[in-house]
Structures are given as C-alpha cells and as structure tokens.
Design a protein around this ligand. Sequence first.
Ligand code: ATP
Ligand code: MG
Length: 507
Amino acid sequence: MVDYILEIEHLTKEFPGVRALDDVSLKVKRGEIHSLCGENGAGKSTLMSVISGVYPKGNYTGKVFYQGHETNYHSVKDSEKEGLAIIHQELALSPYLSIYENIFLGHMNTRFGIINWDIYIKESKKYLNQVGLNADPATIVSKLGVGKQQLVEIARALSKQVELLILDEPTSSLNDDESAKLLDLIVEFKKQGITSVMISHKLNEVLKIADTVTVLRDGKSISTFDVKAEHLTEDRIIKDMVGRDLTHRFPDRTTVPGDSIMEVKNWDVYHPDYHSIKVVDNASFYLKKGEILGFCGPMGAGRTELMMSIFGHSYGSRSTGTLLLNGKSVTLPNAKSALNAGLCYISEDRKNFGLVLIQSIKTNISSSSLRELSRLGIVKADRETREAEKYVRDLRIKTPSIEQLARNLSGGNQQKVVVGRALLVDPEILIVDEPTRGIDVGAKAEIYDILNDLVKKGKSIIMVTSELPEALGMADRIYVMNKGKIKGMLTREEATQEKIMHIALVE
Ligand SMILES: Nc1ncnc2c1ncn2[C@@H]1O[C@H](COP(=O)(O)OP(=O)(O)OP(=O)(O)O)[C@@H](O)[C@H]1O
Ligand SMILES: [Mg+2]
C-alpha cells in the first residue's frame, strides 16, 4: 500500500468573486518531491495556504488528511507543530531582526523567562551550514539579498523539525547557481526522509528533481504525472497548464536598433550604509534606440544597484559618473526627475518598491502616471478606469475587477500590475529588473510580445535578468556584471550561456 503523507479530497475555496480552488484532489507520497505547476492565478498558493492552516477549517469545503488524520488547523502555528512548514512566495521574515532571531522567533525555549541567545546563535549556525549560507547569524535580515533571505527561511523550517516542506516558488529570486544549490538541498532533504511540495514556474527545475507533478488550471486539478515512468516533458506540462500548445516562447524581432540614446560613463555607486564600499565600480555602457539590452551576472553583481542609481539615485549613499541622454549630460537627482526625463524603472522587489498592496489594481497601475491622467490636478476617473481595464485585458491579469486590492492577487498577477503601470508611463527608456519573476510560461510570452512591441515603436529597454534563456532569447546585446564591475559585452550572435558565465567568473 502506498504511504501518503498528504491527501486532499474535493477541496473548494472561494474568495469574493473568485473560486480559487474548485474540487481539487491530490495525494502526496511520503518521502517524494511533488511539484505543483499551473498558470498565474491557478490556485497553487491558495492550495498550500489551505494545507498549512493559513485558511482555517470552515473557510473551505473538502478534506485535508495529513499523516493519515484529517486536519483541523486554526492557524499556521498548528500545522507547524505537526512538522509542516511553508516557505511563502513572498518572503515573510522580519527585516529588522537578525538571522538567528528570525530562525527561532516564535519557537524558543525560555528558562525562567530568560532566552539564552548564545545557544540560538550556535544552533542557527548549524542550520545555516545545512542550507549553505555562509553568514554571521547576527546579520540583520534586511541587509541580505532576496536569495539569502530565502535560505534563512529554509533554515527556519529546518529548525522546526520539518516533515513536509512546502516551497512556493523557492528559486524565483535565485540565480542559476543558487537555484542549483537549493534544488540539491531539496534532494538532500529527500534522502533524510523529508517530503517536499514545490511550486514552480521553472519547468526545467521541476523535471530535474520532482518525482511527481500535478498541474492545476483555473482552480482545478487537471493531471498528475509520474515524471520518470511517463518520460514527462516541459511541453507536456505546458499543454495542461495553458490548455493548448504554446508555439513560441520568444517572439521573433525584425527591427534593428538605431543610434545610442543613453550612455553611462565611469559610474560608481557607494553602499548606503558603508559609505566607502563601492557596490558599482566604474561602470560604462550604452543603450541604443529601439534596443533590448540585457544585463546578466550572479546575484549581488551590482546590476540592480547600477540601474536604481541611474534611475534618479534611488540607491546608495552616493553615485558619481556621467549620464548622457541623447548625447547631453544630465543629472537626475531623484526618481521624479528620472521619470520626467523619460526613464522608468520596474523593481525586482515588487513588495517594497513596486506595489501598494492595500490599494486597488486601478490605483496601482495609474499611480506613476497621475500627472498624465489628471487635468489641473484632478484625476480623470474614466480615463484611469479605461487605462487600467486595458492593461488588465492586455496582460491577462486574473481578477474579478480592477477595484480588487493588489494584495488579493496571485504573485504573478501582482507582477503583471507592476508591468502595466510602467507601460502606462510610456517611457522612452524602460528599465525592467527581473520582469518575469514568478510569471508563468504563457504570460511570459505575452510580456515578451509587449516588450517587442515597445522596441518596434522606437522605445529602448534595459532588462536585468537572472534567467539566461530570457536574456539570450530577447536581448540584442548583453552586458555581464560581477562584483560591481561590467566584465564584458556580447552581441546576440555571440552570446551563449557558457560565454556569459565564463565572462562573469573571470577575474
Ligand atoms: N485573499 C484573496 N482575496 C481574493 N482573491 C484571492 C485571494 N488570494 C488569492 N485570490 C485569488 O485566487 C486565485 C488563485 O490565486 P493563487 O495565489 O492561489 O494563484 P497561484 O496559482 O499561486 O498564482 P501565481 O503563479 O501567480 O503565484 C487568483 O485569482 C487570486 O486573485
Ligand atoms: Mg502563487
């Protein structure tokens, strides 16, 4: 008899106006790696939230069995006690606490009301070792990049003696190298008997480590595959995800870039806290009109810092260097002046810089363009509505209405809202930082089409991306950064994954 650690029967979960899960049934074998795939808004995160008690019983219909008994969780704490841990899509650490405090927060032993921090610092080192994060446990979490924060979350799960680990898009903010390490880690956990359920849009990773794959579409469980026995392919998964064959992943482009429109010379950026440390060191590059320019490199290479500092000094304590727009030297002291000069930046960190979660889709989309949308300071409501509706349609944002609060959208759909807002600004130069993070394969193709249309109209795009296939498929030229420096540039014809990696790593 097969031993199932988790069984879900006829689960239905509704939100106002949305049936997020519609009669879902699913079984997870003990000790396996089970992957959950599906388009943005398919219901993956909601399903995991039901399992882990984020939505208490009574909030859904159907049954969840964990370790053979029907669950009755009132909160995540209840499921944690039984060895279930969930790593959410949006990181959930306390940014102003240290690594070790984050690891042990909420499950520390106190003796006589006193917490022995030394023990926890030592213990946390053990877990940090296990996840391969070489950092001082006393480091404040907000000082870590997203990828490292992810590892802290996993260390936290380990510290709770996890038996079923749920990972919601764990590698979406990691680069190839870090992703590979994390996947190895999940396989290592499997050897130790830990069962994992991994949600991912990266189908190559899914096929690499998963034993079983379940596809959700529109809240329904569509299919379950045994990866090895059925020689599962990416295309087969995609077919069930989108309900049709997807013909092209990267659209063809026939346009040829024009003259240089922006030039950056000898650009230095200094760390926001440690003012003598350079996070970007003497970077020089140029962007042509109608070009898509890729920026690749490992995490922490300085790509985001470079772009944010160009965009009105939005990063760092100080940045120096020359910025030329159409051959004229300009200074852009803040984000507003950068917007006025025709630049727009889409942050990789949508939660902190991109979206106002407690506002509606409509307000989020229009907020950067208020000046455009208003006359004499009054926002023209009908135009705002029209524009928001247009982007919800074009980007296929899954929502009952444009009045929906951003926080109620699925992760990928939140990202689409951020993209929609930048498009409405209609900038001459659009800087997109990890634009398709957490976005499903179908919607990715839509975003690529939109970027292609923009360059066709003569707009220029800088695309910071950790996904090399995306850079290779979309960029006319690719700059490779590492350790704050631009290490080299490749044209579309020259570029290969190996060459990019090689350039990044040469000293
Ligand atoms: N708190 C909420 N209130 C209202 N609707 C919600 C809420 N949470 C999720 N939804 C809706 O339920 C549906 C499923 O969302 P869910 O987050 O589970 O999708 P997902 O498969 O995880 O997508 P993604 O790949 O984009 O993360 C979406 O239409 C979403 O907008
Ligand atoms: Mg999700």
